[in-house]
Design a protein around this ligand. Structure first.
Ligand code: 3H9
Length: 695
C-alpha cells in the first residue's frame, strides 16, 4: 500500500491516506493526493473523488515534526488545498477519528464533508503556538460564522461531528460504513453544478464588536501569547477582505508564529509529554494489572483529592482514617467539592451521588485487604509511614501495589520495612490532587517493572500526566523548587522586595511568583523542612527573614497572613510591617540593600531551577530534560509556551545561562557547562541519550 492509495468504485475514485499512526500530512501525502487528483481530472469516467483516512483516523494535522524543515522541503499542504479548491469535479472528505488542523483544512477545501457521528473536527493549532496555515482562518469563519470560528480557533477545542452537522461544517452524518456512505454521497452529488466553494462565501456575524471582544478575551486566556492575536487579525480579514488577500496574509503570519520561541516551546512540550510516557528498558510486554479498587490512608486534603481521581473514573475507594471526626470531615470536603462542581453545571447531582456511593469510609486498615492499590497519604513523617507500611504488609493481598504519596521522603527506606519492596512505589500527587494533572511516579530501587508499568497505565486512566522519577530528597519538582526558594529569599535579602521578586516570575508567565506560591502552600511547611535539615546537618537553627515571619504566626493564606496580607478575595497585599522586618533583618546582617532589576531576578530564579535540573539529569533522577519540563508545566504552572525551564534555558542559549549563573554567584552544574561548551541544548542531550536505547 502506498502512502495515498487509489482505488476505483466504478465512477468514484477513492484516495485513501495511509500514514500511521494519525495520518499526519507528512512528506509523500501531498504528492499522493495531487497525483490522485490528476488521475481523476484526466479520466472522464471518474465523476467524483472521495478522500478518506486508513486506520483509526482522518488526517490529524500537518506533521509537526516537519515544522523544523526548510520551507521548500516541507510538505505542500497549501498547494494541495489550492488544487482541491480549484478542482472541477466534486470532492468529498470522509471523516472518522479526528480531522484536526491541516486535516480539517484539507476537508474544508473539498466540495463536501461527510463524517461518522463521533468524529471530532477542530483547529487546535493555537495549542502549538501556531495558527491554521492552510486556509483554516479564512474558510472556517465562512462556514460557522465569526464568533464560533473564533471560539474554535482560539480554544483549539474540537467539536463532535453531530455539532459540526448543525454548524454546517459537515454535510451528512454516516451511521454505517463510512466509505460506503461517502461513495454513495459522492455519487448522488456527482453531477450537481455549480460546485459549492467555501472560499466564495461570506462570513456571517463579522462585526467589529466581535473581534474587539475576542481581543479583550485573549488578554485573560492567552496573556503574553503571539498566535491568538494573529488568529483574530486573520479572522477579521476573512470577514472584511477578499479571500485571496486573507489567504496570502495567513501564509506569512503562519511562518511568523511557527518560527517564534513560543511555538518551539509548545511543540517541544507536545512531544515531551508523549515521550515521558515511555520508559527506557521497559518492554512492551511488561504485564500491566487492572486496578479495580483502591484504598487510601488519610482523609486529609491530599487523601481526599487523590480519592476523587479514582471516583471520577468509576473506581471504588475505601478511605481510612484514625478518628471518626477526621473521616467525617474528609468525606464532607469531597462531597462539597463535587457539589460545587454540580452548582457550576459541570456535573449533575445524580453524578455526585454516584461518585459518593463508590466511596467507603473506614476506621480500620484491615478493610484494605482486597484493594488492588493502596495509597498512603498521611503527614510527612518517616516513622509514621514506616509503621503504616509494616501494617500494610500484613494486610494487603499479594500483588497489591503499595504506594506512598510522600513528597520528599526516601521511598527505599519506606519499602524496606515490607517483605515485598518490589510492590512499593511513590505516587506523588500535587495539591489540589483532584485538579493538578501531574503525577510524579517514584521508582524505588526494588520497584518491579510491572508495578511501574501498571502505575503509568493508572496515571493515564485517572487522567494524569505520569512522569517517572528516581528517589532523592524532593524527587524532581520539589528538589528544584527548594533551590528556587533559596534563591528568591536571597534576592530579597540583597535588596529586592517580595512583590518585585514575584512580579519577575509573573513577567515570565508564571501565574504565581515564589512568595505567592509559598503563601498558598503554607509557610510552615518550608519552615519545618529548613529546621529539620539544620538539625540533621548539625547546623544552627535557621534564622532567615522568612523564618522570622513564620515565627510571628503568619503561615500564609490559611492564616490570612504570610509574606502578604489576605482578605476573602485571596489577593496578596504587601504589608508595611513585613517590609520593616526585612529591613531590620538586613541591617542586623550588615547588608546594604541594592537595586535588583527585574531581569536579574527572573534570570536568577529561572536558572536556579535549570541548574538543579541539570544535576538531577546527571544523577539519572529524571530520565530526560523533557520530563523535567513536563513536570514544571503540569505541576508548577510554568507557562507551556516557554516549553518548561530546561527548554527556556536552551532558548536563551546555554552559554548565556552559564555566564549568568557565574555572574550571579551560582556554580553551574557540570552537565550544563559541558553542553554550553559544546554549543548544545538540552534537547540535544535527550537525543544523545535516546540514541543507544533505540539502536
Ligand atoms: C497544523 O496542522 C498546521 C496547519 O494548519 C498548517 C500547515 C501549513 N504530527 O497523541 P497520541 C504522533 S498543526 C506529528 O499519543 P492519541 C504523536 O507524537 C497540527 N506527529 O495519540 C505520537 O507519536 P509517538 C494540528 C503526530 O490517540 C502518535 O502520533 N494538529 C501528530 O492520544 C500518537 O499520538 C494537531 O495539533 C502530528 N500532527 O491522540 C493534532 N499528531 O507514538 C495533534 C500525533 O511516537 N495531535 N502525532 O509518541 C493530537 O492532538 C493527538 O495526537 C490525537 C491522537 C488527538 C490526534
Amino acid at each position: 500500500m502506498s502512502i495515498v492509495d487509489q482505488t476505483r468504485q466504478d465512477d468514484i475514485l477513492v484516495l485513501s491516506i495511509n500514514n500511521p499512526p494519525v495520518n499526519a500530512f507528512s512528506p509523500g501525502v501531498p504528492e499522493g493526493l495531487k497525483a490522485g487528483l490528476d488521475v481523476a481530472a484526466a479520466d472522464d469516467s471518474i465523476r467524483a473523488v472521495v478522500i478518506i483516512g486508513a486506520g483509526r483516523t482522518f488526517v490529524a494535522g500537518a506533521d509537526i515534526k516537519t515544522f523544523n524543515m526548510p520551507r521548500e522541503q516541507a510538505p505542500d499542504l497549501r498547494g494541495t488545498v489550492e488544487k482541491l479548491d480549484g478542482f472541477t469535479k466534486p470532492t468529498v472528505a470522509a471523516i472518522h477519528g479526528t480531522a484536526l488542523g491541516g486535516g480539517l483544512e484539507l476537508a474544508l477545501a473539498c466540495t463536501y464533508r461527510v463524517a461518522v457521528p463521533d468524529a471530532q473536527l477542530g483547529l487546535p493549532e493555537v495549542k502549538l503556538g501556531v495558527l491554521p496555515g492552510a486556509g483554516g482562518t479564512q474558510r472556517l469563519p465562512r462556514v460557522v460564522g465569526a464568533a464560533k470560528g473564533l471560539d474554535m480557533m482560539l480554544s483549539g477545542n474540537p467539536v463532535r461531528a453531530t455539532e459540526a452537522r448543525t454548524l454546517g461544517l459537515v454535510d451528512e452524518l454516516v451511521e454505517g460504513d463510512l466509505l460506503t456512505g461517502a461513495v454513495a454521497f459522492a455519487r448522488a452529488h456527482a453531477d450537481s453544478r455549480p460546485l459549492p466553494r467555501i472560499s466564495e462565501r461570506h462570513v456571517e456575524g463579522g462585526s467589529p464588536e466581535v473581534f474587539a471582544a475576542a481581543r479583550e478575551g485573549i488578554k485573560k486566556t492567552h496573556r503574553g501569547q503571539l498566535s491568538p492575536s494573529l488568529i483574530i487579525d486573520l479572522a477579521e480579514m476573512a470577514a472584511t477582505r477578499p479571500f485571496q488577500e486573507g489567504w496570502d496574509a495567513e501564509a506569512a503570519k503562519f511562518m511568523q508564529a511557527k518560527d517564534s520561541p513560543q511555538s518551539r516551546g509548545l511543540r517541544h512540550i507536545f512531544f515531551a509529554e508523549r515521550e515521558s510516557a515511555k520508559i527506557p528498558g521497559l518492554g512492551k510486554d511488561t504485564p500491566v494489572s487492572e486496578i479495580r479498587s483502591a484504598g487510601i490512608i488519610g482523609a486529609g486534603t491530599m487523601g481526599g483529592g487523590i480519592a476523587m481521581n479514582f471516583l471520577n473514573v468509576g473506581i471504588p475507594v475505601t478511605i481510612v482514617e484514625t478518628a471518626q471526626e477526621a473521616l467525617d470531615r474528609g468525606l464532607g470536603v469531597i462531597r462539597k467539592n463535587y457539589e460545587n462542581t454540580a452548582r457550576k453545571g459541570r456535573m449533575t447531582m445524580d453524578d455526585v451521588e454516584k461518585r459518593m456511593a463508590l466511596l467507603t469510609p473506614s476506621l480500620n486498615m484491615e478493610d484494605l485487604a482486597d484493594a488492588d492499590i493502596i495509597i498512603e497519604a498521611v503527614f510527612e513523617n518517616m516513622d509514621v509511614k514506616k509503621d503504616i507500611f509494616t501494617k500494610l504488609d500484613t494486610i494487603a493481598k499479594p500483588g497489591a501495589i503499595l504506594a506512598t504519596n510522600t513528597s520528599t521522603l526516601d521511598v527505599n527506606e519506606i519499602a524496606s520495612v515490607t517483605g515485598r519492596p518490589e510492590n512499593v512505589i511513590g505516587l506523588h500527587f500535587f495539591s489540589p490532587a483532584n485538579v493538578m494533572k501531574l503525577l510524579e511516579i517514584v521508582r524505588a530501587d526494588k520497584t518491579s517493572d510491572s508495578v511501574l508499568a501498571t502505575s503509568m497505565a493508572l496515571a493515564r486512566k485517572i487522567r494524569k500526566v505520569g512522569v517517572v522519577v528516581g528517589v532523592c530528597d524532593g524527587f524532581v519538582g520539589n528538589r528544584m523548587i527548594h533551590r528556587y526558594g533559596d534563591e528568591a529569599r536571597k534576592i530579597v535579602e540583597e535588596g529586592a522586595n517580595p512583590q518585585d521578586v514575584d512580579a519577575s516570575m509573573n513577567a515570565l508567565g508564571l501565574p504565581m511568583g515564589p512568595f505567592q506560591m509559598s503563601d498558598m502552600a503554607g509557610l510552615d511547611i518550608g519552615y519545618a523542612i529548613r529546621q529539620h535539615q539544620a538539625r540533621v546537618r548539625g547546623n544552627p537553627k535557621p534564622d532567615g527573614w522568612l523564618d522570622r515571619i513564620v515565627e510571628l504566626g503568619r503561615k500564609g493564606q490559611k492564616t490570612g497572613a504570610g509574606i502578604y496580607d489576605y482578605d476573602e478575595t485571596r489577593k496578596p497585599r504587601p504589608n508595611a510591617e513585613i517590609a520593616q522586618l526585612i529591613e531590620t533583618y538586613r541591617a542586623e546582617k550588615g547588608v546594604t540593600p541594592r537595586e535588583i532589576s527585574q531581569e536579574e531576578s527572573t534570570k536568577r530564579l529561572a536558572y536556579s531551577l535549570v541548574n538543579e535540573g541539570a544535576k538531577i539529569l546527571e544523577e539519572g533522577i529524571a530520565q530526560r530534560a523533557g520530563d523535567i519540563d513536563v513536570i514544571y508545566i503540569y505541576g508548577y504552572g510554568f507557562p507551556a509556551y516557554r516549553g518548561g525551564p530546561m527548554q527556556y534555558a536552551s532558548e536563551q542559549g546555554l552559554k548565556n545561562v552559564v555566564a549568568d549563573l557565574e555572574k550571579y554567584g551560582q556554580t553551574p552544574a557540570p552537565l550544563l557547562q559541558r553542553l554550553a561548551e559544546e554549543g548544545k541544548t538540552f534537547a540535544d542531550y535527550d537525543a544523545e541519550k535516546a540514541q543507544p536505547a533505540r539502536a
